[in-house]
Design a protein around this ligand. Structure first.
Ligand code: TRP
Length: 370
């Protein structure tokens, strides 16, 4: 069977380096390798609204940001389908059918939903705390995510590891649907980033995860000056006070970023005193290597990766109507694919009354006999 890739992001802000090493870079590599039949990358505005219902302007503003981030990373609309979730209403129909196959208890066990509910401070309305209530749409978004994935019969979903439980829940929904109604849907596999640093890139402050709400991000669209400021201010090893002190590499954000970004070729180009990252780490641990030198190298590496991204972004920014047009066209073609899947589902669920000549004939027969 052919391979189909599907993945997407919520348009709640600009994409940052965590997105880049966690998934974007992977997507471009998959696109370039070309060993898939079809690839869909989409902007999950419906999902973004599940916890931003009262703030649609935020979503509206960020759709174009995410589209520009995609295009500037090198995703190519002539080779992949780039679309906007809300323009494929079949996904909502699928979500409704799937929701009959999922229990409340199963959703409550979804670890990503659990964490996110905690982060947002959503509470049961009845607890009287005055905290915001948990929207039904947010609670059930894993079901809608299963629709996103299965509408396109995706075999492979490249995402960061926080999304693994979503793919697992999708697999369960597919099994349940196929067992109940017949084989229509495809069980997807998750494709995770290759190393730990890429799976969970910390913020520049060394905190758990790069995230907009923590204000510790380097954005793909940051200027070289911003990136420099952020890298030079990065958290390292608080015990590494003097250059001569031995330093710790574990938990040191600069080294985690280097694990995620640099390869051996970078040393020849930017830091010929060392042959590879292991040598740098060795020296740092021993003492005698200062943070500033390491940060300068990281900055060179980051700028090397970001410069082509910035250049492409500048080009696309010159023709914003064209970017919307890319999304419109992509959404149309995504909709055709999703509509076909929904047709198959309706047939399997026996709710395709008007296309079912046998049903109509049988009913006609029944009423003739009465
Ligand atoms: N939940 C994903 C995120 O927060 C976005 C998303 C929505 C997605 N639907 C998807 C990712 C389907 C992969 C496949 O980033």
């Amino acid at each position: 069977m052919g391979r189909t890739i599907l993945t997407g992001d919520r348009p709640t802000g600009k994409l940052h380096l965590g997105h880049y090493v966690g998934s974007l870079r992977n997507r471009v590599a998959i696109q370039e390798a070309g060993d898939y039949d079809r690839m869909f990358v989409f902007i999950a505005d419906v999902q973004a609204l599940t916890d931003n219902a009262k703030n649609p302007e935020k979503i509206r503003q960020n759709v174009i940001e995410v589209a520009l981030d995609y295009l500037s990373c090198g995703l190519d609309p002539s080779r992949i389908t780039m679309f906007v979730q809300s323009r494929v209403p079949e996904l909502c129909e699928m979500t409704q059918y799937f929701s009959n196959l999922v229990t409340v208890a199963r959703l409550q066990r979804n670890p990503t939903v659990k964490t996110e509910i905690g982060l947002r401070g959503f509470h049961e309305e009845s607890d009287g705390s005055g905290k915001p209530g948990l929207p039904v749409g947010f609670f059930t978004y894993p079901i809608s995510q299963a629709a996103d994935i299965t509408a396109f019969k995706a075999t492979t979903v490249p995402v960061g590891d926080d999304q693994e439980p979503m793919v697992e829940q999708t697999r369960e929904i597919v099994r349940s649907f196929n067992n109940t109604y017949g084989e229509v849907l495809v069980e997807p596999e998750v494709l995770l980033p290759s190393n730990d640093a890429c799976r969970r890139l910390p913020g520049t402050d060394g905190k758990a995860k790069m995230s907009k709400s923590l204000g510790n991000c380097i954005f793909l669209s940051d200027s070289p000056e911003d990136v420099k400021k952020k890298v030079m201010g990065m958290f390292t090893d608080p015990g590494h006070l003097r250059v001569s002190d031995p330093g710790k590499v574990e938990g040191n954000a600069v080294f985690i970023y280097l694990d995620a970004f640099c390869d051996d070729g970078d040393f020849g180009r930017f830091w010929p005193e060392y042959a590879c990252l292991e040598e740098v780490k060795e020296h740092y641990r021993r003492g005698g290597l200062g943070d500033v030198k390491c940060k300068k190298f990281l900055l060179d590496v980051l700028n090397d990766r970001l410069e082509p991204v910035r250049a492409r972004r500048r080009e696309f920014e010159k023709d914003i109507p064209m970017v919307y047009e890319i999304l419109r066209k992509g959404s149309e073609s995504a909709r055709e694919v999703a509509a076909k899947t929904v047709d198959e589902m309706r047939r399997a669920m026996k709710i395709n009354y008007f296309e079912d000549a046998e049903l109509i004939a049988l009913q006609a027969e029944k009423y003739r006999r009465q």
